[in-house]
Structures are given as C-alpha cells and as structure tokens.
Design a protein around this ligand. Sequence first.
Ligand SMILES: *[C@@H]1O[C@H](CO)[C@@H](O)[C@H](O)[C@H]1NC(C)=O
Ligand SMILES: *[C@@H]1O[C@H](CO)[C@@H](O)[C@H](O)[C@H]1NC(C)=O
Ligand SMILES: *[C@@H]1O[C@H](CO)[C@@H](O)[C@H](O)[C@H]1NC(C)=O
Ligand SMILES: *[C@@H]1O[C@H](CO)[C@@H](O)[C@H](O)[C@H]1NC(C)=O
Length: 357
Amino acid sequence: MMRLSYCSLALLVWLPVILNAQGTPELCSAPTLHNAYLVPKDSYQQHEKIKYACENGYKHAVEGWWAESVCRNGQWSPQPLCIKNAACTPPIITNEKFKEDSKSWYKNGSKKWVTCNAGYSTKNFHATALCDNGNWTNVPVCEKSKDACTEPPQIAYAVIINQEHQEVFPGDSEVTYQCKDDYVTEEGAKNKSIFCISGNWTESPTCIYSPESKDGNTKPAFVPVENCGEFPIVENGLVEKSEPLALRVRCQLYYKLYGPEKVVCYNSNKWSAIPTCKANFCSVNTDDYSDLIPAGVKFMTNGDIIQLECKNLFYFTNYRVVWCKNGKATVSRYFVFSFTAPNIQFNKYRELLFLLL
Ligand SMILES: *[C@@H]1O[C@H](CO)[C@@H](O)[C@H](O)[C@H]1NC(C)=O
Ligand SMILES: *[C@@H]1O[C@H](CO)[C@@H](O)[C@H](O)[C@H]1NC(C)=O
Ligand SMILES: *[C@@H]1O[C@H](CO)[C@@H](O)[C@H](O)[C@H]1NC(C)=O
Ligand SMILES: *[C@@H]1O[C@H](CO)[C@@H](O)[C@H](O)[C@H]1NC(C)=O
C-alpha cells in the first residue's frame, strides 16, 4: 500500500545526533518527503535503501521516474527529493567550484551564481545560469583564467616536490623543482621555486651535473665563470655570460641545442657539461629544378613546409611544396596553386595533405 509520507523534522534532526553520541550504529529515520509516494518505516539500517516515486507534476532530483536513496551514517544519500517539473537540479559545469552549502534544486525562473575553481574564471564574465521550465539556459563556462598557467615545464634531472600534477595553476602559484642526486641548480642549490606570474612561469632551473657538491647549499659549488679561463667554444653557437656564475649557450638559426643551456664553472675550475649545436635544417637548391624560378639555395628548419614558386607555366602562379623532415627535404611531384594558410587547423593536417602531393 502506498501512502504519502511525512515525518517529524525533530525526529530527523535528533535521531542521528543521539545515536552518534552513544557510538551505536547510525540509523536513518524516514525522510521528510513531500509530493512523493513512499512506504515509510520508523528507522532504517546503515546501507538500507528506500525507493520513492514523485507525484504528477513533480520529478526527482535524480534521473529516472523512480529514485533510490541509501542510508549512510544516519543521512540519506542522495537526499530524497521531489521537485516541480519546472524546477531545476544543479547544472553540471566543468571546473565549477564545489560549494558545501549549494542548493540541491532551483525554482523555475531563478538564477544560479557560478564560481569557478582556482585558476579558472567564467567566460566573458557571464556567471549566472537561468532555470527555465526545468532546463538551464545561459549556462556559464569555466575557462582557464588569463593569469593562470598550464603545467610547469619539464626539466631534465629534476622533479617537482611541492605540488600534485594539475592542468592549471592559479596565478601566483609556486612550484619547487628538486634536482636529482649529483645534480644542482645553476645557483648550486638542490631546490628552486618558480612562480606563475600573469599566465607565464618565471624562468625554470637547469639541473647541472655536480657530484662534488652533494651536501647542497653549504659550500659554493660554483665560482665566477672567469675562474675557468677562456669561455668554451660551441660550434654554430654563441656563448655569453648571462650572470656572474653562468654562461648561456644559444645556437645559430637552423641549429638546435643539445644539452644544458647554462654552463657553470665548478669550484675545481672546470666547466660543467658543454652543450652542442646540431644542424636542424634542410636545404633545397632551386637551380636543381628546371621548373622552379632560380632563387639559389633555400634553407628551412626541420618540420617546416614551404612553397617554392615555379616558372610561369600556366596563367596563374603555382608552386612546388617542400617538406623538411629529419634533415631531409622532400619536394612535391605536383604543382599546387598555393599551399599555405594561416590557420592552425590546417597545420594539423598539412603533413597529411603533403603526402597526397
Ligand atoms: C517558468 O517560468 C517562466 C518564466 O519565468 C514562465 O513563463 C513559465 O510559465 C514558468 N513555468 C511554470 C510551469 O510555472
Ligand atoms: C527541457 O529539456 C528536456 C530534455 O532535454 C526537453 O524534453 C524539454 O522539452 C525541455 N523543456 C524546455 C522548456 O525546453
Ligand atoms: C629541498 O626541499 C625539500 C622538500 O621541501 C627539503 O626536504 C630539502 O631540505 C630541500 N633541500 C634544500 C637543499 O634546500
Ligand atoms: C607571457 O608569455 C607570452 C608568450 O610567450 C607573452 O606574449 C606574454 O607577454 C607573457 N606575459 C607576461 C606577463 O610576461
């Protein structure tokens, strides 16, 4: 037999409190449930379930036409609830900040104010959703804040010790790198913190091999770069003093750095590991192709796709396309009208397109 349930609020509030105080198993009392069909009992055991249905014109605050709640530690989970069909249960918004006291439902025509998780903010400052006849409209979107940072860069020979992995770090976040055994930062320390400022991380550390400075900060591992004498020479690279205790190595155009960017002078007056600059380009001699307009040798970086203009065989300008991959240039067989487009979506597929040429 079904009948409308009702229950004393006092009992609902009192019972769990008393049971908790005595340390006995926590029972649930019958829920206060309006506009619903339920066969109630005086009390329910831990993990006992109730099923209920809502009256016409009402719906559950959970999916489906009948709903189930479980007694957990004296509380019903989820709280049994029948709401008007035109009312709304909270919208699901990715990266919305969870609020302990948020409502379990909203009246038709009411608004919900949305707050985003740290590091996210509402897109276009639009922060309220409207409950319209049972559905939410104008639902705000939580997107990464402009002053938040994506994950900090990965550094060779280092781990991050003070933060869990997360996709977005709020502005002013601090993460600390720790160099692994036998490695130290260019300041000769074990740890270095970087900060998220206006959407960018401050300069990250380099971990340099330094077995003689195992005891960390206590003795200076590095001495002024002048103590090591002549600066090392890096072929196809430029070596400059970037700070009193470090040199910075940069490579020429079309060359790529292998090894640490910074070089320091150990207290033994020896340089730390010196990086190298390796060729990272392709070249095409336009004179080798009779149909190309002669333009000498063209250089391009690995990964680049460029187009070279052909002699006017047709009534429109046409090109051959060149793809530089692993130092080897491949020239397309066919002429194309134009291959470049300033759009990222296109860049994603251009290698695929190239294979068709
Ligand atoms: C819900 O609200 C809208 C506008 O606030 C109103 O037009 C509509 O009649 C309401 N629906 C119900 C079922 O009350
Ligand atoms: C609300 O959404 C449900 C399911 O998506 C749909 O059946 C119903 O027509 C919508 N109501 C309004 C008022 O848009
Ligand atoms: C680096 O940070 C870790 C963790 O906070 C700490 O235990 C350790 O003492 C620090 N090391 C140095 C050399 O500061
Ligand atoms: C953050 O980095 C971007 C891209 O490198 C740069 O355009 C922007 O000016 C930087 N912002 C700040 C505050 O340094």
